[in-house]
Design a binder for this molecule. Structure first.
Ligand SMILES: [Zn+2]
Length: 265
């Protein structure tokens, strides 16, 4: 073979091997993608005496979203995450999931406009027996009409937090089935969508509930412990969620997420 042609052949082989190495490395990183889930509850004008683990002000919520944006995070839905695990749906470089529990009216009044302003997505896990509830002994909850309006924006995904917010791990089988199935049915009929995801009240669950929720048709079940973030290897019936303090500063929020990332293999 001509010397020049031989050199060219070596160069081509070198390029071929290099490209494959890069592909192998990047697909390896793809599998290690970490997906934090940040959980909020109620939004209040003033934190004052309210529990900062369960309350955030509109200003602080906006600050948290801005911080995530500045750090390069992009909000995805639980459905995106589910499809990533089951069918390799592509995720952004730094995916993150924002969610609210319980279905407070404040999510609609303050949270929804901020999500629209920032063009970021969130999931709200609702307690179906308290939709539209307005009693003086608890914070008011948004109505089905308001839930539908949020859903139709494409930014908010409504999913189940059971029917009455009971401790699933402690109730009998018939009640457990009702909590899981009635809430799913009500969301599906009122919002004309599939309810696929369940977040356990207080993060409490049992072997039986993991089974019953799956039998009811839930594709993923969310816990509530600050034990780390999610990867492709996280069991779909034990998705980890992080409790975020409403008064976290920018730095505290980022440090907290990074600490939880480090905890995850
Ligand atoms: Zn709750």
């Amino acid at each position: 073979m001509h010397k020049g042609a031989k050199n060219l052949l070596y160069i081509l082989i070198f390029i071929f091997i290099s490209v494959n190495l890069v592909l192998i490395t990047s697909s390896g990183q793809e599998e290690l993608k970490k997906i934090p889930v940040l959980t909020y509850h109620n939004i209040v004008q003033e934190l004052e005496d309210e529990d900062p683990w369960l309350n955030v002000t509109p200003g602080q919520f906006r600050l948290h979203l801005q911080t995530l944006k500045e750090e390069g995070y992009e909000t995805i839905t639980f459905s995106d995450y589910y499809r990533y695990v089951t069918e390799d749906f592509p995720l952004p470089d730094k995916p993150i999931i924002i969610n609210f529990d319980d279905g407070y009216l404040s999510n609609y009044e303050y949270g929804f406009p901020i999500l629209k302003e920032m063009n970021m997505k969130a999931t709200i896990f609702i307690v179906t027996s308290t939709v539209g509830a307005n009693y003086d002994w608890m914070f008011p909850h948004f109505t089905w009409q308001q839930a539908l309006q949020m859903e139709q924006s494409g930014l908010v995904d409504i999913q189940s937090h059971t029917h009455t917010h009971s401790n699933i791990a402690q109730i009998n089988n018939a009640d457990m089935i009702k909590e899981l199935r009635l809430s799913k049915y009500l969301i599906e009929t009122n919002l004309n969508k599939e309810c696929e995801f369940l977040a356990y009240p207080y993060g409490l669950f049992s072997e039986k509930s993991l089974y019953q929720a799956e039998a009811a048709g839930y594709k993923m079940q969310m816990l509530f412990e600050n034990t780390g973030v999610n990867t492709k290897n996280t069991p779909l019936n034990q998705v980890k969620r992080l409790a975020v303090r409403g008064d976290f500063t920018k730095k505290e929020l980022i440090d907290f997420i990074e600490k939880m990332m480090e905890k995850t293999d």
